[in-house]
Ligand binder design. Sequence first.
Ligand code: C2E
Ligand code: MG
Ligand code: MG
Ligand code: MG
Length: 299
Amino acid sequence: NADLAMYRAKEIGRDALHFFSNDMAISAHEKLRQQEELRRAIACDEFVLHYQPQVDLRTGSVFAVEALIRWKHPERGLLPPGEFIPFAEESGLIGQIGDWTLRAACRQNKAWQDAGLPRLVVSVNVSARQFQEIDWVERVRSALSDSGLDARYLELELTESLIMADVQQAVALMYRLEALGVHLAIDDFGTGYSSLSALKRFPVGRLKIDRSFVQDLPGDADDAAIARAVISLAHTLQLRVIAEGVETREQLEFLREAGCNEIQGFYIGRPVEAAAIEARLNEMEPEGRWPEAGRDRSG
Ligand code: C2E
Ligand code: MG
Ligand code: MG
Ligand code: MG
């Protein structure tokens, strides 16, 4: 084992043996290797976006899609974001990957519009590290202008924990993003600790109820109560609310009855490649509907 550690330390060209125990040497090496692999993936354009439809419960039409990244790994196949996004955040590579996602999603949405498909909003997930980058608003602006996508067809999903980490800073950034004309949503809502007073200050258009509160509906009384409470909270603040992770007819019916505006989940459609979304949109009416955005903040 000591030999192995020495071999690995040499292999990566670092005189690390004096500083690390064997295990640490191996794991440091492993980290470097993963970073290298991720860098190569960025350089070789190995990422792909899948898109998951979001449906308006009132009209039944698809009005938005969420862009979800996957890594087409040359040996390990298609990897879900859970297998590389946390590492990308930790190693600082998330900035580049996030830029790629944002730009690819804007370009794809513009291409759909140019092809005459019903107009959709594309939702892009933003990680905390990305959001904290100094020129983040500029990057969003340039993704929009380079793609030619109108800002109102882009939504950024921020998680509750990202926002609550530094409310002051988040609110300031959110207003700058809002000024660009993009929509903002709070993802995984219910898993963090938003105070009502903080929530009131956010210029967001909608809340996404986290899947963990949806999966045991309608049978789980606690989750049913939470879902109803989040829906009524959202409506009190004049926000729309979408439930994620809807897998069954019963969940859909519960949510509809509880007044939830929109749903996303395997019951409606799994995340799929752009071409498969296109096929679905082709069957739709000429204009997808983006429900009246946001609340009135004028008073
Ligand atoms: P999220 O933003 O909450 O996305 C929803 C996740 O739930 C997706 O997993 C989606 O495939 C999954 N999902 C949707 N409907 C259902 C359902 O009915 N049942 C079940 N069991 N799952 C469902 P995915 O694609 O693996 O993404 C996981 C997380 O990775 C996302 O959670 C998001 O936080 C992150 N992520 C995805 N793409 C990106 C990206 O481009 N950038 C960043 N920073 N994070 C991303
Ligand atoms: Mg999301
Ligand atoms: Mg979510
Ligand atoms: Mg439960």
